[in-house]
Design a protein around this ligand. Structure first.
Ligand code: G3P
Ligand code: MG
Length: 238
């Protein structure tokens, strides 16, 4: 059965990458959720999509130039009514929220534009602290970082993000040492899923928002759809 992972939480209905969005995703029946992480000036792992603060908060400048204390003062409601005072969470805050649930958390390391030194180690430390090793999938578009993660951990599952059709991505993923392919919707193919499964790899597809596309991903046997609309996906998949 294809799993439903909420993209940045239930981001169609709540401010993306915030605790209300993650809570709502679980209420809407998601099996888990995807989130994005960046590193603060004082090496804390925070959950926010952009390298800069303007789009999602009332702050300015680079995440990397601010301390966690500074960032905690910002409003992350992104102008959405009813969510005033919502804060940027740390990765630990999110893991705290899902203690006592069975939610799977896909942590996307946003380290393609910014070469955050030590992000991999810090993420693994938070995973260990909250005993989330077996409920997390770490993904990135930065495959050097995935290879580095592979050298640091045997236990945490890894997924290779890509957004263009690749030649034999299942063979590449095996060489890279990851456990899953994370293709964009337009790069997800029945043949890729079949070969990936033969190699023991999962295929988790993003971002799948239309009912017809969700159905198509179920038909090609994708392991998870990452969606802004977890309630819709739950309804379609059952
Ligand atoms: O992890 C899938 C997806 O989130 C990748 O793109 O920009 O939404 O983080 P983006
Ligand atoms: Mg993402």
């Amino acid at each position: 059965m294809t799993k439903v992972w909420a993209h940045r939480g239930a981001s169609a209905d709540a401010p993306e990458n915030t605790l209300p969005a993650f809570e709502l995703a679980l209420e809407q029946g998601a099996d888990g959720f995807e989130l994005d992480v960046q590193l603060t000036r004082d090496d804390e792992v925070v959950v926010i999509h952009d390298e800069t603060l303007e789009r999602c908060t009332d702050g300015h400048g680079w995440v990397a130039d601010h301390s966690l204390d500074d960032l905690r003062k910002l409003d992350a409601s992104a102008g959405r009514d009813g969510f005033g005072g919502t804060r940027i969470p740390t990765l630990g805050d999110v893991f705290g929220l899902v203690q006592g649930t069975e939610a799977v958390i896909n942590v996307e390391l946003k380290n393609s534009k910014m070469a955050y030194k030590g992000l991999e180690e810090r993420v693994l430390a938070v995973i260990a602290e909250y005993e989330m090793t077996h409920r997390v999938v770490l993904s990135s578009f930065n495959h050097d970082s995935l290879r580095y993660l592979r050298s640091l951990t045997g236990g945490v599952r890894l997924g290779a993000l890509y957004d263009q059709p690749l030649w034999k991505p299942w063979a590449y993923a095996r060489r890279l040492g990851v456990h899953a392919l994370h293709p964009s919707l337009s790069s997800a193919r029945r043949r890729v899923v079949r070969h990936a499964h033969d190699e023991g790899l999962d295929v988790n597809v993003w971002t799948v928002n239309e009912a017809s596309d969700i159905m198509r991903m179920v038909e090609i046997n994708a392991d998870a759809v990452v969606t802004n609309h977890p309630a819709l996906a739950r309804e379609v998949i059952g």
